[in-house]
Design a protein around this ligand. Structure first.
Ligand code: NAP
Ligand code: ZN
Length: 353
């Protein structure tokens, strides 16, 4: 198959900084859309992948799965978008489309494994997939999203991962008016969770370790902020929440949060992957019919539903625009929770370099 060589930013090893490199993109097939990338959000998963925190990273790795841009070419059978339209791509670029999950629009739970936008398998070229820290991307139209015309383009990018990852559990657990929702951690996912839960009519509380984020959380729409290191504040919300979305990226004790669930409440982990420490105490779960669950991103139809909802409610991410060349420093700041609340790369900085 014909390929085109383009500029990208990626890393050759877990302990190497990201730098400019060139990668091959497949040529546009009948169902493909080629998108010139204008903005790409910086997700904590990009950092986990670049540094092989989860194992399994194939190098070179080009992260980036919060992509917005402009359609530059379409295949002969594409009907979703036309050249010149704005378009978006999130964390998924393919799935089997035949299994029970795919048939239910749950491509993120594809029983044969979804193809990630990066570190997946490029089915035409046999290489790893390369993400949005690049000039362009070629994606099957099924996995391309339409962008609401009223939203700021750069601030829309984080909806493609941080947005849908928090939207999906809010929808699955049927959050609406009167629901009591809590969010753990005010970062990229956390700030979107607050805005979206609020948009759905819930009463929203933030759990944070960082007292000086309190005013921001209230400005984002939270009704209350609980400093998680303060036992008295934690006690004051015992038994309160219907749903808790925990976005913390690293291992932490979730037992204190389980205590703040209402009867039949659910704590859904979307951040940390791996074994919990200390052990999860089942007593409050059994005595209160409480659940601890997990959730990964969202399906394509659900992502479009989120984008349309954000268009209607004028919801976007709070962003700091950076240049592609600033990415290594941005990762260091993300590790210190020093992001308010999502870095978005202006991809012109790569193109013009
Ligand atoms: P982020 O912007 O870095 O935010 C994480 C927040 O968690 C921080 O702002 C901080 O909030 C809190 N935090 C950080 N380190 C902590 C620690 N050691 N202990 C307690 N709290 C800590 O990250 P993000 O982009 O939102 O991503 C969050 C996690 O979700 C990452 O692990 C990412 O890989 C994962 N993720 C999962 C999915 C999925 O589909 N399930 C999708 C995207 C991302 P405070 O300062 O308020 O405490
Ligand atoms: Zn992500």
């Amino acid at each position: 198959m014909k390929t085109q060589n383009i500029k990208a930013y990626g890393t050759a090893a877990a302990n190497a900084p990201l730098k400019q490199m060139s990668i091959d993109r497949r040529d546009v097939t009948a169902k493909d859309i080629e998108i010139e990338i204008l903005y790409c959000g910086v997700c904590h998963s990009d950092l986990h992948t670049a540094r092989n925190d989860w194992g399994g990273t194939i190098y070179p790795a080009v992260p980036g799965h919060e992509i917005v841009g402009k359609v530059t070419r379409i295949g002969a059978e594409v009907s979703k978008l036309k050249v010149g339209d704005y378009a978006a791509v999130g964390c998924l670029v393919d799935s089997c489309r035949e299994c029970e999950s795919c048939k239910q629009d749950l491509e993120q739970y594809c029983l044969n494994g979804f193809t990630g936008t990066y570190n997946g398998k490029e089915k035409y070229l046999g290489t790893q997939t390369f993400g949005g820290y690049s000039e362009k991307v070629v994606v099957d139209e099924h996995f391309v999203l339409k962008v609401p015309s009223n939203l700021d383009l750069a601030a829309t990018a984080p909806l493609l991962c941080a947005g849908v990852t928090t939207w999906s559990p809010l929808r699955h657990w049927k959050v609406g008016k009167g629901s009591k929702v809590a969010v753990v951690g005010l970062g990229g996912l956390g700030h979107m969770a607050i805005k979206l839960a609020k948009g759905l009519g819930a009463e929203v509380t933030l759990f944070s370790r960082t007292p000086d984020k309190k005013q921001d959380a209230l400005d984002l729409g939270a009704d209350a902020v609980v400093i998680s290191t303060d036992n008295n504040q934690m006690k004051s919300v015992r038994g309160k929440f219907d749903l808790i979305i925990d976005t913390v990226p690293y291992v932490h004790d979730i037992n204190p949060y389980v205590s703040t669930l209402n009867v039949s409440g659910t704590l859904v982990l979307v951040g940390y992957l791996g074994g919990l420490e200390p052990f999860l105490n089942t007593v409050p779960m059994i005595l209160g019919r409480k659940s601890v669950a997990g959730s990964v991103i969202g399906g394509i139809a659900e992502t479009q539903e989120l984008l349309d909802f954000c268009g209607e409610h004028n919801i976007v991410s709070e962003i700091e625009i950076i240049k592609m060349q600033d990415i290594n420093e941005a990762y260091e700041r993300m590790l210190k929770s020093d992001v308010r609340y999502r870095f978005v790369i202006d991809m012109a900085s790569l193109k013009n370099n």
